[in-house]
Design a protein around this ligand. Sequence first.
Ligand code: 5GP
Length: 362
Amino acid sequence: MECWVSMPKVELHAHLNGSVRNSTLLEFAKELGEKGIIVFSDVEHVVLKDDRSLTEVFKLFDLIHILTTDHATVTRITKEVVEDFAAENVVYLELRTTPKRNDSRGMTKRSYLEAVVEGLRRVDAVDIDFASTGVVLENKKKSCYMNNECDGISRKKIYVRLLLSIDRRETLEAAMETVKLALEMKDVGVVGIDLSGNPRVGEWTTFLPALKFAREQGLHVTLHCGEVPNQEEIHRMLDFLPERIGHACCLEEDAWRKLEMSKIPVEICLTSNIRTNTISSIDVHHFADLYNKKHPLVLCTDDSGVFSTSLSKEYAIAAAAFGIGKKDLFQLARNAVELSFAGEKVVRELKELFDLVGKSLA
Ligand code: 5GP
């Protein structure tokens, strides 16, 4: 496991509220229990249970949102999530989250996002670069990987960019508000839009005008696609030519061929797909087919808290299940740099970093 932890990695599919530590969720639940807002004993086993169906996962998200949706909490979980990824040598993190309104806490989509950005500012365990222009909070020393020696004095550095998610439960108006917010917040590192939420809810076409608008305005777009076997939707999503898709689990043959032809990169979430029974077992996971065909793909966690995983674990699982060696998985991680929505400068810097580490592996 250690070798997967120490390897630099790129995370492109991580939901903020799905990546919260269990210990933090339980702490929030206790506090709300003491205030009489929830019954702690009802909540504890829901947080700690780890074999959930896709439907149960979305029920858990509703609970997590009750526990986390105030400004201070959003700031805290953002800081913790970024530091957790950095601790396992994720050098580039594209973190996605759904801006939320919570009238009882005076929260608007904008103030939610500002609380997320405040969480990025508060990261202090590592150096962080989170702005496409403007703010870069870096220690003056070269980062650990850049120095090519982790001597305990040099600090780790993580690049973080944000994707704003549209939840399939939302209205087109709410989705438009999210896209406009993304445009206004580009200078604090918002690079794109994601469509997510319960795949059995709503019609994705509701959001098409917002997704088209996002793309016209220069935002990157990724879609959750093929988590349930809705072939009509899968085809229309692929026809839209998003820059990446998440999951791609339930594609029948002609959709599969369309995906292969299109070369749309796939964000693969092994543990999430198995835990939610979207894929029956790891040995039939479509990762192997895509990998063997050299289709662009990236290993991701999806919801490291909800599924008790980490990016290092996902690499370890891929190595064990598909017999891929360290050098090849290192190359897979390096290739993911090209699939990121970061600009040219960040891509160049990350490639330099990977090449430096690659030399020491050779
Ligand atoms: P948040 O956007 O609140 O930071 O992260 C949690 C939200 O991400 C969930 O409420 C859900 O909308 C979305 N999400 C997390 N994991 C998944 C997943 O596996 N599939 C889909 N479709 N949406 C997800």
